[in-house]
Design a protein around this ligand. Structure first.
Ligand SMILES: [Zn+2]
Length: 427
């Protein structure tokens, strides 16, 4: 901000305040609900037109054959690239364009993009159409201030982050779009707040555990074998042994909120015995001994833990229950797994963004790790690109809530940080 070029850059950001608001509103007004994956093509077409006007080369990429891709709900992604005048690094901004369901309790139109008291409201305002718009404005301002920059800037808007990212970033990574000769730095503008750098996330293991029994008449349960009672024993063992054990495992990862600085386990669902009656059925249930009971487990683990150990810990628990219950039979099925990731604090992208935060906000950044995963997992694991962080405006707690909003001043500050980062890496 001290050189003439960087004051020019800040002036270019200031001049784009109205454009930033308009772009955020335009994006919110395209309801890209996931599931099922609505209007993906529409938002990609809109962004392609916007970025082409700014001089970017744009590419629409459909994730053919990815999970959830179909003719009815095609998984469209947009990739835009602006090449500088000289060779150099490429800085890539990746945002997901999908949003979660609206839910109840809104007092504003979820797809209206209403502006009130310096905030823009709507589903996806903070997670993460506001961040996407911010990165576009930052890139445009940088290109205007440094027309002879080196390297390249890429902006992607990708599908399905909210449902695993397989039709989005995972697909792009598989196709080589994050290869080391194409991209060297990645910023994911998720709403972690304008003064925070998110280095990575904890690991995830989802599993389905089933106990088996034998069906019989409910008036003679001794002739059957209740899978629900078996599951009760499993749940008691989880409660008495596993939960206290997980509470003792803490981490050096700076996870926020601090409650997530340990291993956690959630039981997402439980189903046993007869299925739920269809809506409108007014009769009584049938007297049956449950022959199946199932729970879905959501285990979040730390960089200090090993996935194989996490899995064998559950198997050992089931074996202990089995020793006490002669007829006990069970099955564990893997549903989903992600290894924890944490970018080094000395990585070039971390240092550049940290420096920019200090200049814009006159404070040191806070380094955080996310309790849940996001698309960094695919960039790390499939793309093998470690120089990646999440940095963007917005308050994470508002994500997925009614009356979700993003602060306009926060977006402007983040745009300044992103633009200065580009200047640091490419000017
Ligand atoms: Zn998000």
């Amino acid at each position: 901000m001290h050189s003439p070029a960087s004051s020019r850059l800040m002036a270019e950001i200031d001049a784009r305040r109205a454009a930033l608001i308009q772009l955020t509103q335009d994006l919110i007004r395209i309801p890209t609900l996931n599931p099922p994956g609505l209007n993906y093509r529409e938002i990609c077409d809109f962004l392609a037109a916007t970025l082409a006007q700014a001089g970017f080369t744009t590419q629409l990429i459909r994730a053919h054959g990815a999970i959830a891709d179909s003719e009815t709900y095609p998984r469209w992604n947009l990739l835009a690239r602006f090449k500088g005048t000289r060779p150099g690094d490429c800085v890539h901004f990746n945002s997901h364009h999908d949003v979660v369901t609206v839910g109840h309790g809104w007092t504003t139109d979820p797809f209206g993009g209403e502006v009130k008291d310096g905030k823009i409201y709507g589903r996806g305002a903070c997670d993460m159409k506001g961040g996407l718009a911010t990165s576009i404005i930052a890139a445009e301002a940088f290109i205007a201030a440094y027309p002879d920059f080196a390297g390249a800037i890429e902006i992607s808007a990708t599908a399905d982050e909210e449902s695993g990212g397989y039709g989005g970033v995972a697909y792009l990574a598989e196709q080589g779009y994050f290869a080391s000769d194409r991209v060297q730095h990645v910023i994911i503008p998720e709403p972690l707040n304008k003064d925070r750098i998110c280095l990575g996330h904890r690991g995830v293991w989802w599993a389905e555990v089933e106990t088996k029994g034998r069906i019989a008449h409910g008036s003679m349960p001794f002739l059957g074998d209740s899978a629900i009672r078996h599951m009760g024993a499993v749940l008691a063992e989880i409660e008495d042994v596993l939960y206290p054990l997980l509470a003792t495992r803490t981490t050096a990862m700076p996870v926020v909120p601090p409650g997530a600085r340990q291993s956690t386990l959630n039981i997402n669902a439980i189903h046993g015995g007869e299925p739920e009656p269809p809506e409108g059925y007014t009769g009584l249930p049938a007297p049956l001994v449950a022959d199946r009971c199932r729970i879905t487990l959501d285990r979040r683990f730390l960089i200090e833990e090993d996935l194989a150990q996490v899995k064998s810990e559950l198997t050992a628990l089931m074996e202990r229950v089995k020793q006490r219950r002669p007829s006990f039979q069970y099955e564990i099925r893997d549903l989903f797994e992600v290894i924890p990731t944490m970018t080094d604090r000395d990585a070039p992208i971390v240092r550049s963004v940290a420096k920019a935060i200090e200049r814009v906000l006159s404070q040191r950044p806070e380094y955080v790790v996310s309790p849940g995963t996001y698309d960094q997992k695919h960039i790390d694991r499939i793309g093998r690109l470690k120089n990646c962080i999440a940095y963007g405006p917005g308050i994470l707690d508002l994500a997925h809530q009614p009356d979700e909003w993003i602060g306009i001043d926060d977006m402007m500050d983040s745009a300044r940080v992103m633009a200065l980062t580009l200047a640091e890496l490419l000017a």
